[in-house]
Design a protein around this ligand. Structure first.
Ligand code: NAI
Length: 564
């Protein structure tokens, strides 16, 4: 649609008017429509006579928001505002980004997914359901806006920590795309949330008379992968330039899907690649604070599941990028799963784990006090570990003796208990700071309050993917990239690490504050764009031009003047 010179892609070329205009969230200014605009678009009498500024609207919206008495109600209020007036919604979010982000995304969005059918109000995004599998291109053509820069798609099976939510999983793409807009500046009308509704195995959803999804057990096996394939082919056909981000798929599906399609279209999986990139960024920041190099680090990875191996892969790529050979880098990784240290004598390792197996001869004489295996305490006693990362789901695994032993040998131990939720965190941030006499550099998976230690207030960085994915969206749109490659993810992590506030101020957090995140996202997008050009997956343009495009692409919420 075209309004006063502003082109809004919507598939129609009509000029919205009257109540239609007020019902179009991306154009609606509500009480901020000027007198001239009210005359031009037939809005007089539809609106109260007083014309407000955006600032006044924000103040009024915040007042209404404050009257809500729980987080789910606050989320519902914000979603309703988003469906009414997108500029006002994003301005409110931007003005109070630290307060609002947890309400539109994690943790509150988990509640919104569970309650999806009960709080459903208006359509947003697409439900691509299995019974309609033969007409997916037609379903995509029903999208509200013709063009899309980013799709976030889930099948609702592994939603955050709350498992299978079926069609209610759509809450995640909706929330996540709000952050693509808020932080990455992807235009709101160019985002498209999608749920692949292949049923649910969650009895609570299936037995809920109000459940709005396809009431059927999950489609599995080849039929599932065929359905995903039909969907990908439809996206390639209908939206070939759009970045397709996979979200909250169960582990047995996530990796095969990424592997199959990563070289076929512009796509990435945030749970796998974004997690690795943000953790790597935090490690790189911490290493800089210690004044050492990544190449020198002895890394202990506690947990060898999809997250642990993903983070190890990212760290290894950074180490080889810094000049170590594959073999040298691998010799500095000590990876542990529930059966102890990964070593070449073990026959139970998956291929991606076997890469990290230490030669059995290297550890033959080590104690095995963990049910006959080499456990974390055994390991920490034997090596001078500098980095300890937990992605194991084992709450409290980083015990006081283990942490003290590590800190005895290292001036600034880097310790990241990354498992979620808080009950599964390998250690409490406060304990880590106290057990190391304030020397540990800590980032966590779950939020922890700043720790008071000897008159210092030490903020704890939360390794949240929000530091990466919106920037990645901005990067691919601004640079015109056709693929998301591992070196691009690495470039993102390096730029995040270089922006660690702790480098300049030893008592600051390892990761930027949310209030600074748009600036950091633009820097990341630039670095990723440069890398995309190096690899030949984005058109060659000058650095100045790339910077200009990043700046221009990063949309900020402000009203357009429709009077002219
Ligand atoms: P997963 O189930 O694939 O892997 C868990 C790993 O921990 C397995 O290798 C398992 O053998 C190991 N493990 C379990 N018990 C153990 C024990 N007693 N000792 C040693 N190792 C043990 O799970 P996934 O997806 O890798 O996630 C792991 C954790 O990481 C979860 O809590 C998840 O919430 C968290 N996570 C955090 C992220 C963040 O950014 N903060 C991002 C992604 C995951």
């Amino acid at each position: 649609m075209v309004i006063a010179g502003a082109v809004i892609a919507s598939g129609s070329s009509d000029l919205r008017h009257g109540i239609d205009l007020l019902d179009t969230a991306v154009l609606n200014k509500g009480t901020a429509f000027t007198d001239e605009e009210r005359t031009r678009f037939g809005l007089h009498a539809l609106l109260p006579p007083h014309v407000e500024t955006l600032d006044e609207q924000v103040a009024r919206a915040y007042e209404a928001f404050q009257k809500k008495d729980n987080d789910l109600e606050r989320h519902i209020y914000l979603r309703a505002l988003q469906d009414t007036n997108e500029v006002l919604f994003y301005r409110l979010l931007l003005d109070r980004i630290e307060e609002m982000t947890p309400l539109v995304y994690t943790p509150t969005v988990a509640l919104a997914c569970e309650q999806f059918s009960h709080i459903y109000r208006r359509p947003r995004g697409l439900f691509v359901s299995y019974p309609l599998r033969d007409s997916i291109p037609h379903l995509l053509r029903n999208r509200p806006n013709k063009d899309a820069d980013v799709i976030v798609v889930t099948d609702g099976e592994r939603i955050l920590g709350i498992g299978d939510q079926g069609a209610g999983g759509l809450g995640i793409p909706i929330g996540k795309l709000s952050l693509y807009t808020l932080i990455g500046g992807i235009r709101p009308e160019r985002t498209l949330p999608i749920v692949l509704d292949v049923g649910t195995n969650n009895p609570e959803r299936l037995n809920d008379p109000e459940y709005l999804g396809w009431r059927h057990e999950r489609i599995t096996g080849q039929a599932y992968f065929d359905f995903v394939h039909q969907f990908v082919q439809a996206v390639k056909q209908e939206l070939p330039q759009t970045c397709l981000q996979w979200e909250d798929f169960a582990t047995p599906h996530a990796r095969p899907i990424l592997t199959r399609y990563r070289d076929e279209l512009l796509t990435f999986n945030d749970d796998i690649q974004g997690t690795a990139s943000v953790a790597l960024g935090a490690v790189l920041g911490a290493v800089k604070v210690t004044g050492k190099n990544l190449k020198e680090q002895q890394i202990v990875m506690f947990g060898a599941g999809s997250a642990g191996i993903g983070v190890a892969d990212g760290l290894r790529a950074a180490m080889t990028g810094d000049g170590l050979s594959e073999q040298e880098a691998l010799s500095q990784f000590w990876v542990i799963d529930r059966d102890g240290l990964l070593h070449s004598g073990r026959k139970d390792l998956r291929p991606e784990q076997a890469v990290y197996a230490q030669p059995e001869s290297r550890v033959a004489e080590w104690p095995r006090t963990s049910n006959g295996h080499i456990g974390l305490a055994d390991m920490i006693g034997q090596i001078k570990a500098t980095v300890l990362i937990g992605l194991s789901t084992v709450g409290g695994a980083f015990s006081e003796p283990i942490v003290r032993e590590m800190a005895r040998k290292v001036e600034r131990p880097i310790i990241f208990p990354l498992s979620n939720p808080t009950s599964k965190s390998e250690a409490k941030a406060e304990d880590l700071i106290h057990w190391t006499d304030g020397r540990a550099l800590v980032a966590s998976g779950s939020p922890f309050a700043p720790v008071n230690y000897q008159g210092r207030k030490i903020p704890i960085a939360q390794c949240n993917n929000v530091f990466i994915f919106p920037a990645m969206g901005l990067a691919v749109v601004a640079s015109g990239a056709r693929r998301v490659t591992e070196p691009m993810m690495l470039a993102a992590a390096r730029t995040l690490g270089a922006n660690s506030p702790a480098i300049k101020d030893p008592s600051a957090s390892l990761l930027p504050r949310l209030t600074d995140i748009r600036r950091v996202a633009a820097e990341i997008a630039f670095a990723v764009g440069v890398q995309a050009q190096k690899e030949g997956v984005a058109p060659k343009i000058s650095e100045d031009e790339l910077r200009r495009r990043v700046h221009e692409t990063q949309w900020a919420p402000a009203y357009l003047n429709f009077s002219k």
